[in-house]
Design a protein around this ligand. Structure first.
Ligand code: SAM
Length: 269
């Protein structure tokens, strides 16, 4: 499988879903930029920038001499980002992030949000970055974990059977990642992996987030995006997905446990 064989959607609808996702990633996203101490003059290389929602947050930290090199393998999502951001401080770059290239030149900061879990054997990329980036480069990632919260969720379901659609989604997304040979929990081992490959000042923060209305909407949209793939892989049928989407909409909002969370990992080369 190609490293650029992206498992989720690249359509206009997928771009809108990522905008929605940016809202529940808001606090961890700002925390990552704080931890990396992104400064006005920085040249920031963003791996897997997609339609540019996180890029917008980075640009807010930069002055007229700063720039974001947004690297993505989807021409469509890069076009979307370029139109949405409307600034020449955003430099769209079509490339496979798994193969570090000249687009890294001059970077003070290299970061990515929700991208490594789409890269097969993402640890190879992290190690290659360590080899090619100059000393002092700040590196950071926010990576989702679709496994860690599940024990807590399964425990809660014993008392609250109505939570079953959250477990069904968890199973479907994890089986999809397994079928595509990508890791739904790469963030969990990222900090030790970075430490052992020679990064300095490695820091890790776990951000679980409650399952609120926007998370439920995101889950329903993910089902739409990968419905055909899930059905083709015999993970869940299209009919069952429609039922699950209805059940998700019927869940009582207020104190739903987390289905996933984000690992924030920062380090210095
Ligand atoms: C879940 S989206 C996240 C987008 C953005 N970082 C955000 O947080 O809104 C993952 C992005 O990574 C890109 N991507 C996945 N694998 C890639 C690869 N090997 N090289 C470049 N981009 C990749 C996809 O095209 C997509 O835009």
């Amino acid at each position: 499988m190609s490293t650029t064989d992206y498992v989720l959607g690249q359509s206009e609808r997928a771009a809108r879903r990522l905008e929605l996702q940016d809202r529940h990633f808001a606090a961890p996203s700002e925390a990552l930029l704080d931890a990396l101490d992104v400064c006005p003059d920085d040249r920031v290389v963003e791996l897997g920038c997609g339609p540019g929602a996180f890029t917008r947050r980075i640009l807010h930290r930069l002055g007229p001499d700063g720039a974001v090199v947004g690297v993505d393998s989807s021409p469509h999502l890069l076009e979307h980002a370029t139109a949405a951001l409307g600034t020449d401080r955003f430099r769209p770059t079509l490339a496979d992030v798994a193969k570090p290239g000249a687009w890294l030149d001059g970077a003070g900061v290299v970061l990515g949000r929700a991208v490594l879990h789409h890269v097969p054997m993402a640890e190879f990329l992290v190690g290659r970055l360590r080899a090619v980036l100059p000393a002092g480069t700040r590196v950071g990632f926010l990576e989702p974990d679709f496994r860690r919260p599940l024990a807590q969720l399964a425990r809660a379901e014993q008392q609250r059977p109505e939570l079953a659609p959250l477990l069904t989604f968890a199973r479907a997304i994890n089986e999809l990642y397994a079928a595509r040979r990508i890791s739904p929990a790469v963030g969990a081992s990222l900090a030790p992996a970075m430490y052992e490959s020679g990064y300095r000042e490695v820091k890790h923060v776990w951000h679980p987030f409650a399952t609120d209305e926007s998370v439920l909407e995101n889950i329903a949209l993910i089902y739409d995006e990968v419905c055909d793939t899930l059905a083709a892989l015999n993970i869940i049928t299209a009919g069952e997905i429609v039922e699950q989407q209805k059940a998700l909409r019927a869940l009582p909002l207020g104190d739903l446990p987390a289905v996933w969370g984000l690992h924030q990992v920062t380090a210095v080369v």
